[in-house]
Design a protein around this ligand. Structure first.
Ligand SMILES: C[S@@+](CC[C@H](N)C(=O)[O-])C[C@H]1O[C@@H](n2cnc3c(N)ncnc32)[C@H](O)[C@@H]1O
Length: 271
């Protein structure tokens, strides 16, 4: 686990770096920032904002919902859910630097009321005293070796009928190609715990959840990457969060997706 904390803790002062970049863009973080501007840096997964919206559309979230976001990172998905559905979102993440930044970005965007963030390891947290209406986990499972254990914890924190939406990079069944490292989620093979969608489904079912759907998002991701590449360049990017190796990490992931060795896949399950 310490490898995961170190991997996501490469940059000190993530929030300050973001504030500095916003200032370079002529924006004043003190007077408020449009959340859409932050999407390039606070939606830390393939397909960004669009993938978050695709996942959450089928979680039956409304303005009375309390949603748990497992491995929330800088809180972009949490803020987008709160903004779109009017719900409350609690985000939990292992990396204190990210949780601090998530709180700062929520303040900056006026979203400090409907979002709250906590430092914690979701594989050992006991959430059974809280009954969430829905849960999300976006690009986190690749860091978790014991998925049956994690899904059991999440299942016990959901109310009956509550939905759990996963959007992860998954190993394509039948391919054992060696991947290039570093990847955005792991510096080395030892911190990478990729699994196939069949393994996710088995772990979810074993945790007592029924799978609603499994959808591959490769096409959505390709579209978003193309649009970003054609759009204006912005000083806000994931290099501010992951440091100077980020372009190599992203290139390695892109080759693995293009080679068909891994795929971005969404799974929705219900308690
Ligand atoms: C690729 S980032 C995704 C962040 C966020 N879900 C998003 O999509 O913007 C993966 C996040 O998972 C967190 N993470 C990994 N393992 C975790 C664990 N066991 N408990 C809590 N957070 C974890 C990392 O600290 C990191 O912030």
């Amino acid at each position: 686990m310490s490898g995961v904390v170190a991997h996501y803790g490469r940059v000190r002062g993530v929030l300050d770096q973001i504030i500095e970049s916003l200032t370079t863009m002529g924006l004043d973080p003190a007077t408020g920032v449009d959340p859409a501007v932050l999407a390039a840096v606070d939606e830390f997964h393939l397909g960004g904002h669009e993938a978050t919206m695709a996942l959450t559309a089928s979680l039956e979230i409304d303005s009375d919902s309390h949603v748990l976001d497992v491995g929330c990172g800088l809180g972009g998905p949490a803020r987008e859910m709160a903004r779109t559905y009017g719900c409350h979102v609690t985000g939990i993440d292992l990396q204190p630097e990210f949780v601090y930044a998530a709180e700062g970005l929520s303040l900056m965007t006026g979203m400090e009321g409907p979002t709250s963030f906590e430092v914690g390891d979701v594989t050992v947290l006991d959430q059974s005293d809280r009954a969430f209406d829905a849960a999300t986990m976006i690009h986190v499972g690749m860091n978790v070796p014991n998925k049956p254990g994690l899904f059991g914890t999440i299942a016990s924190s959901l109310r009956p009928g509550g939905r759990f939406g996963i959007y992860d990079i998954m190993r394509t069944a039948g391919t054992n190609a060696e991947l290039g490292f570093p990847l955005p989620f792991a510096a080395a093979e030892s911190d990478s715990h990729l699994a196939s969608s069949d393994e996710y489904v088995a772990a979810l079912t074993g945790a007592g959840l029924s799978v609603v759907h499994v959808i591959e998002r490769t096409e959505l991701v390709g579209r978003v990457i193309q649009r970003v590449a054609e759009g204006p360049t912005t000083p806000l990017n994931l290099g501010l969060v992951m440091g100077s190796e980020f372009p190599t990490m992203f290139a390695n992931l892109r080759s693995a997706v293009r080679g068909g060795f891994v795929r971005p896949i969404e799974i929705v399950a219900e308690k």
